[in-house]
Write a protein that binds this ligand. Structure first.
Ligand code: CP
Ligand code: NVA
Length: 305
């Protein structure tokens, strides 16, 4: 049973195939509609956390492919509370042909994957966001032609989005640099995972504390919230610690002249990014949002068709 839980489980060649499939499905959709290759199939969507893009893109994606999606919010199934994660996975597998889950602990999607007899897709955990990363790489290709050899700078928290993005960029042969405040960098095990993929693809991976060093000559400047879902209790401390890491017009001066700005959204305007940058000519954030749909349709077709 194949799952989409961690980009380390996928070969670089397979990621390239997913990206090609996403481009094909996007073209097919925009030239009259997709073939209903998922007709009669249902995706269960488990959410322990809020979502706009993930929920809407998975649901519309399933509809466009002839299938259906079922929303299971935090209060509905009580994952691991009303019932064990394993029993939820085994029961759901008797009704649906795929499970997408947005949860807190990464271990929860691993456990769903261990028990499910249908594919499980990671729709974000505390440590990874691989659907976002696939859409992001697709967006970089759309705007810069290729990821190979491009310099991607992530400014901010060494979080779920940063980790999966670094893995995806490494798979695609790009160079990744991250600047985070001391104490907020990527965990050691994430760095090992990224380094392993990078070595196989001639990619480089660097970590900094100084945002200017990461952003210098970058082709892509990426940021995300300073306070991820579940970290609300430490919000005040984080806002103070991350002040020097705002992506603003001054920081953008150090990037390549044609650099694009990326953000997975939701954005906290005036915190990690200014309005001027987010709404500026180099911002591609809504293309990223749209590409969630196309990238995830490729994942759905690959795993469920
Ligand atoms: N980027 C992203 O995953 O958005 P949502 O949290 O709205 O799904
Ligand atoms: N890092 C953010 C991403 C939201 C899509 C979070 O986990 O809340």
């Amino acid at each position: 049973m194949r799952h989409y839980l961690d980009l380390a489980d996928w070969r670089s060649e397979e990621i390239r195939e997913l990206l090609n499939l996403a481009q094909f499905l996007r073209l097919e959709f925009k030239s009259g509609g997709n073939k209903p290759v998922l007709r009669g199939k249902t995706l269960a969507m488990i959410f322990q956390k809020p979502s706009l893009r993930t929920k809407v893109s998975f649901e519309t994606g399933m509809n466009q492919l002839g299938g259906a999606a079922l929303m299971l919010g935090p209060d509905e199934i009580g994952l691991g509370k009303r019932e064990s994660i394993g029993d939820v996975a085994r029961s759901l597998s008797r009704f649906v042909q795929g499970i997408m889950a947005r949860v807190f602990a990464h271990e929860t999607v691993l456990e769903l994957g261990r028990y499910a007899t249908c594919p499980v897709i990671n729709g974000l955990t505390d440590s990874q966001h691989p659907c976002q990363a696939l859409a992001d790489v697709l967006t970089i290709i759309d705007h810069l032609g290729r990821v190979e050899g491009r310099r991607v700078a992530f400014v901010g928290d060494g979080n779920n989005v940063a980790f999966s993005l670094a893995q995806a960029v490494a798979h695609a042969g790009g160079h990744f640099a991250i600047a985070s405040p001391p104490g907020y960098g990527l965990p050691e095990e994430d760095i090992d995972s990224i380094a392993l993929i990078a070595r196989a693809n001639g990619s480089t991976f660097e970590t900094f504390h100084d945002p200017v060093q990461a952003v210098r000559e970058a082709d892509v400047v990426y940021t995300d919230t300073w306070i991820s879902m579940g970290q609300e209790a430490s919000a005040q401390q984080r806002i103070a610690d991350f002040q020097p890491y705002q992506v603003n017009a001054n920081l953008m001066k150090y990037a390549s002249r044609r650099a694009i700005v990326m953000h997975c959204l939701p954005a906290h305007r005036g915190q990690e990014v200014t309005d001027e940058v987010l709404d500026g000519p180099y911002s591609v954030v809504f293309d990223q949002a749209e590409n969630r749909l196309h990238a995830q349709k490729a994942i759905l077709v690959k795993l469920m068709a």
